[in-house]
Design a protein around this ligand. Structure first.
Ligand code: GDP
Length: 397
């Protein structure tokens, strides 16, 4: 997405390059890349005590309930204050564990002021049963304040488990429809028109309606917030991984343009230095977005019970699960012979009179574009394999 902010930053980087100030250009590149993950997204999670708020917050952040930094769970008054939980890889995305209206002394309208409703982009109202009068009052107030809310019916796994045990002819789809209809009917009886209810298990986000919830949020969020949500999403499906890949892919052309701008500066070696700094910064974003950094992989292991080494065993990219340094980028690039040849050709062509600079620019654009595309494809494949491995926790292989 080409925002005014993108254009302004790219101009600054180009200026630094034109003025022959490579250090400034590299610093600006870093700043530009950092700024991309600064869009704040604040998600409020509310519902009565024991409805599963904290577990949902933890699961969304990929954090095990028992892990350090997890939202405390259990049906004591663990959420009588408003508590922010930042996403481990995207501190701009915060999930707020809010007390249920019923557990505070405030009526719904005062409650919203009490929790500072302006901060939140949207509210998720969770219930493990039918939604209560308090939930409905709150939803009305949220709407009145011009904000959006979504109803999540939690713990669907345990409903299905119980129904499976008690019904002779158990049918999962029908059971879910019954639960959904029951919630919708309850909400309609309380005056909410055409409510939508998402059935979720925080222990199995890849099942049931969590993906649908994401699609709905994505559609209803302002455009500039969509990527913040997408990158913070746990890898719950191939579709999410593909969407992340596409969003990263959309940015490659800008990065490649910068690389071409660097190639226009007739200083030997500068183009490669800028390219490598760029590539390292962008690849680090891929790693965080796909959860292929070591802390994320460890959290996934803790969450799923699949040993960390088993997750690591399916990773093939030398860029995953390691610190991305310019030296590593050069090493990986030089292993791909054609990319290395292009980079050398680029350095050589710059000094050919007249056609030199345009040729170097074109080469640098192509080289950077190809290199990033290759890295992105491999890392997305790894993310997919890790996701599949993590799901196989209950099988023997
Ligand atoms: P809170 O008080 O709303 O924050 O609720 P908690 O997150 O502490 O959850 C209360 C209890 O419900 C805990 O024992 C959780 O393990 C359990 N729980 C929460 N979400 C789920 C879920 O999706 N499925 C199942 N089976 N149990 C859940």
């Amino acid at each position: 997405m080409d925002t005014p902010h993108d254009r302004e930053s790219l101009e600054e980087i180009r200026d630094a390059l034109k003025n022959n100030n490579p250090a400034l250009a590299i610093a600006k590149i870093q700043e530009y890349l950092d700024k991309q993950n600064k869009t704040p997204l604040n998600i409020a999670i509310t519902g009565e005590c024991g409805s599963g708020k904290s577990t949902f917050v933890n699961s969304f952040r990929g954090v095990d309930n028992k892990a350090e930094g997890a939202a405390p769970t259990g049906c004591v008054e663990t959420t009588s204050v408003v508590t922010p939980y930042a996403h481990p890889n995207y501190p701009n995305v915060t999930l707020w564990d809010l007390p249920g209206v019923g557990t505070t002394k405030f009526p719904a309208d005062q409650y919203l002021n009490h929790v500072g409703f302006e901060t939140f982009d949207f509210f998720i109202i969770i219930s493990a049963t039918r939604f209560t009068e308090n939930d409905v009052k709150l939803a009305r107030e949220i709407k009145r304040m011009g904000k959006k809310f979504y109803f999540v019916r939690s713990k669907i796994d345990s409903d299905l488990y119980n129904e499976r045990r008690s019904q002779r002819e158990f049918n999962e789809t029908e059971t879910k429809e019954l639960i959904r209809d029951n919630c919708i009917q309850g909400l309609q009886e309380q005056g909410i028109q055409s409510p939508q209810v998402f059935l979720v298990s925080s222990f199995e986000l890849h099942l049931h309606d969590f993906s649908l919830l994401h699609e709905t949020l994505e559609r209803e969020l302002p455009e500039h917030k969509r990527n913040a949500l997408l990158f913070a999403m746990p890898n719950i499906s191939q579709q999410i991984i593909n969407k992340k890949k596409e969003a990263f892919h959309d940015k490659i052309k800008y990065v490649a343009t910068l690389s071409a701008a660097a190639a226009a500066v007739p200083v030997p070696g500068l183009s490669i230095a800028v390219d490598v700094a760029l590539l390292a910064g962008v690849v680090t974003q891929y790693i965080f977005g796909f959860g292929l950094d070591i802390p994320s992989l460890k959290r996934l292991a803790g969450n799923t019970g699949v040993p960390f080494n088993d997750l690591m065993s399916v990773i093939t990219s030398p860029l995953a699960a390691t610190k991305i340094t310019p030296a590593l980028i050069i090493k990986v690039l030089t292993q791909g012979a054609s990319t290395a040849a292009l980079m050398v050709a680029e350095e050589g062509s710059r000094f050919i009179p007249i056609i030199g600079i345009p040729a170097a620019m074109a080469l640098s654009f192509t080289t950077t574009y190809r290199a990033l595309n290759g890295f992105l494809n491999k890392l997305a494949d790894d993310a997919q394999k890790v996701f599949e491995k993590a799901l196989r926790r209950n099988t023997t292989d």
